[in-house]
Design a protein around this ligand. Structure first.
Ligand code: PEP
Ligand code: MN
Length: 362
């Protein structure tokens, strides 16, 4: 199959606005044979827009496979030539930007371990000055939305017009079911702040394993993400990096076919009226909740004044434990999750203490 892309510059701008935008390919380019065969298999499922591959791999521990380096770039070029797929590569230094562009890579991405480091992001941004290439920016490994925003600003100030975001989850200590906790609220907040920017979900690095890729990808689509980046390898089990999370192109096909692609909006009048009524109910309840919370704080201040008169401490640990236990039991009965109730009560309690402190210090 020789379907050379006639003009990959125009092609990439068409792809950039396609929804959903689908990016797939191996975690790492390993050999020319692995790269080209994987690319052909991916092209054959006819769903993927951009072929990804790691050429330089930032690894947590030294001694693991650190990528084939620039010698892998011609393999990607060959894969593009044979399949017509556009290509995307991770870059972390100025030299990597030059090398990737020299070999006609169509999209560059900044990895999670680079986004955390303003020096590195600035170096990449400086190398991008005067270049017209779309850049995707992964979230930093730690849950810091300002660091993510900072990377976007650096790349944008370098003159890059087409910037997209990739949500790949956040590193957290201890074992969870995910390799990187999704912390969806951070991606949603980033999307809220940058509504015009493409937001792609990377379930592979969130999950770290194959069996839950489908549900995470579906959740991203349900949350109105613009596309997916999924690692796919011709022989996942023998991949040189991230073997446990990669799937074959055939499995990728099944996964993508299984996704229910929901629309953000439909035009039916009745649908909008029903939605509007339900939203109004939510707004009213939110108003009531705020008022109730404000009233609760007024009482907390009264208690604060009373405690001050009687010279006792603000925090009575036993009383607080009692409140927490009762509320968790009640909330769970009402169908709220324990995790939510504890977080909610902690926040309310902190606010109460702050109000009481105000009285103590007045
Ligand atoms: C990758 O995409 O292979 C990669 C290294 O991802 P991240 O930067 O999200 O860890
Ligand atoms: Mn990977």
């Amino acid at each position: 199959m020789e379907t050379t892309a006639p003009d990959s510059k125009t092609n990439i701008m068409e792809k950039w606005s396609k929804r959903p935008l689908l990016i797939a390919g191996p975690c790492s380019a390993e050999t020319e044979e692995q790269m080209v065969t994987t690319a052909k298999q991916i092209a054959a499922i006819n769903q993927v827009d951009i072929l990804r591959a790691g050429i330089w791999k930032p690894r947590t521990r030294p001694g693991s496979f650190e990528g084939v380096g620039a010698k892998g770039l011609p393999w990607l070029q060959q894969a593009k030539k044979e399949t017509g797929l556009l290509t995307a590569v991770e870059v972390a230094t100025g030299k990597q930007v030059y090398d990737a562009l020299h070999f006609d890579v169509d999209v560059l991405w900044i990895g999670a371990r680079t986004t955390v480091n303003p020096f590195s992001v600035q170096e990449v941004a400086d190398a991008l000055r005067g270049v017209d290439v779309p850049v995707l920016i992964k979230n930093p490994i730690n849950p810091d939305i300002d660091l993510w925003t900072g990377a976007v600003e650096r790349v944008s100030k370098a003159g890059i017009k087409n910037i997209g975001l990739i949500h790949r989850g956040f590193s957290s200590y201890g074992n969870t079911e995910f390799r990187n906790a999704p912390m969806w609220h951070l991606a949603i907040e980033m999307k809220r702040r940058n509504p015009e920017m493409l937001m792609i979900n990377d379930p592979s690095h969130i999950c770290g394993r194959r069996d839950i890729l489908q549900e995470v990808a579906q959740k991203a689509i349900d949350l109105d993400f613009d596309g997916l980046m999924i690692e796919s390898h011709m022989m996942p089990d023998s991949a040189w990096s991230d073997a446990a999370q990669q799937i074959t192109p055939a499995e990728l096909d099944v996964l993508l076919e299984g996704i229910i692609w929901r629309k953000e909006d439909i035009s039916s009048e009745e649908f909008h009226q029903v939605l509007e009524r339900l939203r109004q109910q939510i707004n009213n309840l939110d108003d009531e909740l705020l008022l109730l919370l404000a009233n609760r704080m007024v009482i907390a201040e009264r208690i604060g004044a009373y405690k001050k008169e009687n010279n006792i401490t603000i925090l009575q640990t036993r009383r607080w434990n009692e409140i927490l236990e009762k509320a968790v039991a009640k909330g769970v009965k009402y169908g709220l999750s324990q995790d939510f109730i504890v977080k909610y009560l902690d926040a309310v309690h902190m606010e109460s203490i702050n109000h009481q402190n105000k009285i103590f210090n007045s």
